[in-house]
Design a protein around this ligand. Structure first.
Ligand code: ADE
Length: 245
């Protein structure tokens, strides 16, 4: 996959892409990153990328010409999606992430100031995505959040191919708790089912914990989850036991 970021602050993106999973992605050849500054597509002497809003008011608006020229140069393949990071977009979910991870190219546009000229959105933007109901100073941190979520799904990125499938949200439930040695720490014991290591008992404990955690923390997710007959039995057990998480 190609991942391109269009930003007035390219260092913010380029720096972050050097670390952790992003470095692994690059080293594994799972994705190729590009970072582009629309200022490099200006044609005036002062390299101006913004201007006052028509109709007046505070703040500046990103001009359409350099942004459109930049995006058009950066798009390389027919199955590319131009994604604008904006608090006015759809709230990012794992469903968006899965869809974007199947594309040949994602071009992520970071908004700034009061926003971008509406015609850029009309002409080129396929998706508008928000990372939550709060306002940041720019789209760079949201772009990094989106890119991290997308590239970790690319084949060969996670060491263990099953770990993405076991993530919270992949099956609509939150993940069960995890433990490692020692078996007792400050008086808190690892559940016996996990220590004994009977595979069926471990799987049952994990599924029940996952259902319990989702019920307590995110009942909205549980209401939408695709539950099996066994899941319903486990939920009935949970209700009968009135267990705390
Ligand atoms: N730009 C500013 N705030 C944002 C948010 N919450 N999500 C995406 N882009 C943004």
């Amino acid at each position: 996959m190609r991942v391109d970021v269009v930003t007035l602050f390219p260092e913010m993106i380029a720096h972050a892409l050097q670390f952790s999973i992003m470095a692994r992605v690059r080293d594994a050849g799972a994705a190729v990153f590009g970072v582009h500054n629309p200022r490099d597509w200006t044609t005036d002497r002062h390299r101006i990328v913004d201007d006052a809003p028509y109709g007046g008011g505070a703040g500046m608006v990103l001009k359409p010409e350099p942004l459109v020229a930049c995006i058009e140069d950066v798009v390389r393949v027919p199955d590319a999606a131009v994604v604008l990071m904006t608090p006015q977009g759809e709230t990012l979910t794992q469903a968006h992430v899965r869809r974007l991870a199947r594309l040949g190219q994602m071009v992520v546009l970071c908004g700034h100031y009061e926003g971008i000229d509406e015609r850029v959105r009309e002409l080129l933007v396929a998706d508008e995505i928000s990372i939550g109901d709060y306002v940041l100073t720019g789209g760079e941190l949201p772009a990094l959040v989106l890119i991290d979520a997308v590239v970790r799904l690319l084949p060969g990125v996670l060491g263990n191919d099953t770990s993405a499938e076991e993530d919270s949200f992949e099956d609509g439930l939150l993940e069960h708790p995890h433990y490692t040695r020692p078996p007792e720490f400050r008086g808190l014991r690892v559940p016996e089912e996990l220590i004994e290591g009977d595979h069926a008992a471990v799987a049952r404990w994990r599924r029940k914990s996952s259902l319990l955690r989702t019920l307590r923390r995110r009942p909205d997710l549980l209401a939408r989850a695709d539950l099996s007959a066994t899941d319903r039995e486990l939920l009935a057990e949970i209700a009968a036991e009135a267990v705390e998480e």
